[in-house]
Design a protein around this ligand. Structure first.
Ligand code: AMP
Length: 440
């Protein structure tokens, strides 16, 4: 099943897929869709970024077909409001040529409007478990017509302590239904849950679990500021024999655009492409195709659009900044070192990002080796504004760890950056601090 036409989807679904620019089903879609459409329970091991949402949603859309009655016939449970919203957005896209109705309910937002949406009648409901049960116990939600139940990111759902709500839910929904459970990892407790929740499930797996340490070499450069980061990037990319296929990740679209402009001036427009969410689908596909098939060695990308993209032979992933959503780190570096190829992930870390990279190191259970910046890197002094922003961020991190922390930033309001140049790469924050002094 390497073509969406093979699944015998209806015209409305195929048109939506075409509009989204999906050309071929992803691995998890190839494996899961035929089984789900045949009515099996599914146990899917797939991370975000594998196309898992469409893998369970497309069969649901084929099953629910068109608007009918007022009660939901499919329920998707997600651990967080962010994921729930993301799933809702995917449904909006995928159902745009149908009359199917859906809504997304989650905590931390006015319940009144969510109840109003439910009252209007829906076919598909996306929910976080707490809010779902809340609305159910207010007798504003009837679940007797449920035919399909999906637990998305089940491992996170368990980590977040949602099991009691899920057990409650299983008590009240029809026994005869199709179940799908998706999880990024497969620890013992998920296997147990699957035994409780699934009937004769078929197992599908996107690709081996992200074991970052084994396939991908990782290093960190401690870089004092944004300008030096760009200078280091430029220096690295000059070694074209080594940096043959590079994805450079930035946190924001603006930063992606700026880096693109600068780097294309330096290494030539014919060697670099950029993709981010503000680019239309065609521009993104063209950039991806060029990077994949042509002799384009550098792709600048933000996290959002880089998900689900499979390019083999990526020699390097360079993180110009540290992702603040920590699992993005694993997604980002997973773009290299594929299918047994050697890959290197390089992360540029400034003083304010040390906190985040340490959190990531905890998650991936390893310390990423720090390397000295190449001697040729031009070191720039940190601009006043950037320094202030970093100090504020460090304060925020302190407060997060210790809510009683009073904050050091206001005491440092008068700090200015010394005019002298930074002479050595940032080895530790102490040295970095030496480059600042009080205003006279
Ligand atoms: P997910 O893993 O469901 O969060 O999907 C990750 C990203 O991949 C989303 O932006 C989807 O729109 C995109 N996506 C899903 N299926 C495909 C496909 N077959 N081809 C290209 N992109 C896809």
């Amino acid at each position: 099943m390497t073509n969406f036409l093979d699944f015998k989807f209806n015209k409305q679904i195929l048109s939506a897929i075409e509009d989204l620019g999906y050309q071929t089903p992803t691995e998890i879609q190839q494996k899961a869709i035929p089984l789900a459409m045949a009515g099996h329970d599914l146990f899917g091991i797939a991370q975000t970024g594998t196309g898992k949402t469409a893998a369970y949603m497309l069969p649901i859309l084929m099953k629910t077909k068109f608007a009918q009655g007022v009660n939901p016939r499919a329920l998707i449970l997600a651990p967080t409001r962010e994921l729930a919203i993301q799933i809702g957005e995917a449904i909006t896209e995928l159902t745009k040529y149908t009359d199917l109705r859906h809504t997304v309910i989650y905590g931390g937002s006015a319940i009144k409007f969510q109840i109003e949406d439910i009252r209007k009648g829906i076919d598909i409901l996306v929910a976080t478990p707490g809010r779902l049960m809340d609305i159910y116990f207010r007798e504003e939600l009837i679940l007797k017509d449920l035919k399909t139940l999906v637990l998305d990111e089940a491992d996170r759902m368990m980590d977040m302590g949602f099991m009691p709500q899920i057990r409650n839910l299983l008590e009240i929904i029809p026994k005869k239904r199709q179940n799908m459970l998706f999880s990024a990892t497969m620890p013992e407790r998920i296997i147990k849950l699957s035994e409780e929740f699934l009937e004769f499930p078929m197992h599908v797996e996107a690709s081996p679990q992200a074991t970052t340490a084994q396939t991908i070499a990782q290093i960190i450069y401690e870089v004092p500021n944004a300008r030096t980061k760009i200078s280091l990037l430029e220096h690295l990319l000059q070694d074209e024999a080594v940096f043959t296929k590079v994805i450079v990740f930035t946190r924001t679209k603006t930063s992606a655009n700026n880096v693109f402009k600068y780097i294309s001036r330096k290494i030539g427009e014919d060697k670099v492409r950029v993709i981010h969410a503000n680019k239309d689908q065609n521009a993104r596909i063209n950039a991806m195709d060029a990077f994949r098939n042509e002799n384009i060695p550098v792709l600048i990308a933000t996290d959002v659009v880089a998900r689900g993209i499979d390019v083999s032979m990526v020699s390097h992933v360079i993180n110009l900044d540290v992702p603040v959503i920590y699992e993005e780190y694993v997604h980002r570096i997973g773009r290299t070192g594929r299918a047994g190829n050697a890959g290197l992930a390089i992360t540029f870390v400034n003083e304010a990002e040390v906190y985040h990279i340490q959190k990531i190191e905890k998650i991936i259970k390893m310390t990423i080796p720090r390397q000295k910046m190449p001697a040729e890197t031009i070191l720039f002094e940190t601009e006043f504004e950037e320094k202030q922003t970093m100090l504020m961020e460090i304060d925020r991190q302190h407060k997060k760890e210790d809510p009683t922390f009073q904050g050091a930033f206001h005491e440092k309001k008068n700090v200015i950056v010394a005019k002298k140049r930074i002479k050595a790469p940032l080895k530790n924050s102490k040295k970095f601090k030496q480059t600042t002094k009080r205003k006279k």
